[in-house]
Write a protein that binds this ligand. Sequence first.
Ligand code: NAG
Length: 794
Amino acid sequence: MAKPRSLGIKNFFCVCIFTITIYHAVLPSTENTYTTDYSKRLLDSVPKILPAETVVLDLSQNRISELWTSDFNYLSELHKLKLAHNFIRYLNFSIFQHNKNLEYLDLSHNKLWTISCHPLTRLHHLNLSYNSNLSMSMLSEFGKMLKLDYLALSLRRIQKSDFSVLAHLQLDTLFLDLEDLSEYHAENQLVFNTTNLQIALPSNKDFHIVSNLDPSAIVGLELSNMHDNDVNDLKALLGKFNKNVMLRNLTLSHMKTTLANVVYLFQNIRKTSTEHFSIYYLSISQLHQDFTFPNYAETSLRSLTIEHLKIMETAFDQQKMYRLFSELNIPAVTLSHANAIHMLCPLEPSHFIYLNLAYNAITDRLFRVCENLNRLETLVLQRNQFKTLMKVGLMTHHMRSLKYLDMSQNLLQHGIHEKDCHWGEKLVELNLSSNLLSDSVFHCLPVNIQKLDLQNNQISSIPNTTVELRALEELNLASNRLTDLPGCGQFRSLRLLNTEMNSIVKPSSQFYHTCQSIGQVKAEHNPFMCSCEIREFIDLRKQGLVVLVGWPESYLCEYPEDVRGIELQDFHVSELVCNTTLLVAIVLVIIGVLVAIISFLCIYLDISWYLKMMWQWTQVKHRVWKNNPEDILDNMEFHAFISYSEHDSDWVKNVLIPNLEKEDGSIRICQHERNFIAGKTIVENIIDCIEKSYRSIFVLSPNFVQSEWCHYELYFAHHKLFQEKNNSLILLLLEPIPTHIIPARYHKLKALMAKRTYLEWPDEKSKQGLFWANLRAAVHVKLLCSEEIAELQI
Ligand SMILES: *[C@@H]1O[C@H](CO)[C@@H](O)[C@H](O)[C@H]1NC(C)=O
């Protein structure tokens, strides 16, 4: 099927010229086009409320049959209106009179029957093709659309004067679909005022459109739907061409013809001014015919493109066919989608600069030792049957000028044990995407490579033993099996790294350390693990060291479950959780502060003294609670006996006893001076006193320790303690006793002192209340718990 198509768009030489001219004519000048797309919605009419700022409105492929002024009059910004593939039958151009900016109107593939012509003088692009009921006479007003540079029409009838309507237009491109042409009176030549002419030729073979064309002003001619007689007409037309006509691009499509005719075209096109010759969908028959190879000396032809070649015979001389192409002595040749299984090395040094053999079935045997492709700079072998990377390297080895090689979509592999690879020295860009390559590919790469595409292979990591690729600037590893971002150790110049759609869970530190100078990283769509490690990656971006393409919407957490689907950007984890050193430091600081506070309290407020007192108080209370209260002081005369040094007697008599002995007599104290029984020795009196008392209170002070007497008293008390297993001993420390002043032989006393099981006399008034309370409570106690006995036994 013929379609309006920019001429030779697939051809690398004319792409620039044509896209520029056509797009310049078509595109609105606005940069950010506000597009409203309502295509393929089964709409019966234009939606009533459309965004007023719409610049491009797409309503194609619906069921709209009628258009009204009110459909569009409020869209003052409307530049481009696409209404292709609808059921519109009638159109009055005046409905667009309010759309002052409308420049592009596509009404192709509708049912237009009548057009009422209100010339839209600002229109640049008007497509009315595939409305087969329109005739030129209906379009009489079109001649006034002076700005028009693209016009497409389908015609069933052509009368002699028809095209005079278009005489005043300066078209860039005119597309005429004449497929259903049924009436044609060709008295004169068909003269068109257009730079590019595209014609879908009639199915009716009797109309000789081609031979009636006046080619003089046409730069690009595109003919589709060519039958053999059209080819003969074209041959006749080419005969009229000379080097002075303007034709530069000739495109033929959907052409069926014989090999002899193709050779004739090849042979004769070179004599014209044509620079780019393309044939799409070519079917060749009668291959047995003999032919002489065309000679391309002194030709203006720059490129020949043949895409979708079909050979209608099974038995023919393959070599001869290949030779027809390999000897084409022009800079750019494309032979794609042609089922070729081979191509021959040119016999003479070739003029090929660009050779495209994509979409064939060519194997590793191509150009094995081919010395005649010295000028070749670009070689495209996309989608063929190449299997061995090493052989591809060897193929390029002789191509001294080769810069760009596309080997994508083949079956390439590289065995780890294969010999060294040799590549063309100038090779800087290599496309190895969509092959079967694994990690070992890095042992077989051109050393001067700058741009390397390895996407969609089976690479899981870059081996550390890879040779350094100093010139490599762009590396594409998308859609592989990487589990980590690679380091840049071997690629010092890397500017762009693409690792999207791999299995990268957390980028390792090797990447951060070696890739600091990288510009852009694409790492979208990886199953990122959002944990502490990922922060380094995010920080890299924050610090401006890398630009992450697609950030933030394409970078999502995959693990752990609870954060799945959130953007990496929104993933936060505190510094404390991630930084162990910081955590330890903080814990240590807190402990330090606590210790300091406690020490402070202990030193300045003597908390430890209070605590000790409270502890003793509770111990005492605990014992009272455990013991049987009836037993209290049953056969004892006194609650306590007090032993003290003579030097401390003032304190004992004036402070201790008055505080302990309450007036109600509930606590009775045996004091050896006071309760002295005449006739007994002092020792007997003391023993008597101890035996009659449940408690023996010893007032300890340096004086006490030095007094021999006291030690005896202590001894007795202690002795009793062993006999009755009764802890009746209360030590009361009146003044601190430095250990060194305790004579060595008093080891019992030393042991007791070391145990610190004594009550300290506080100097501060505030603490003394608690001291007395504690002491009184202790005196009330009768029995001892076994642990305390054990303690004292030491
Ligand atoms: C490599 O080839 C593939 C198709 O085969 C294409 O999509 C990709 O853009 C090419 N890479 C480069 C860098 O041109």
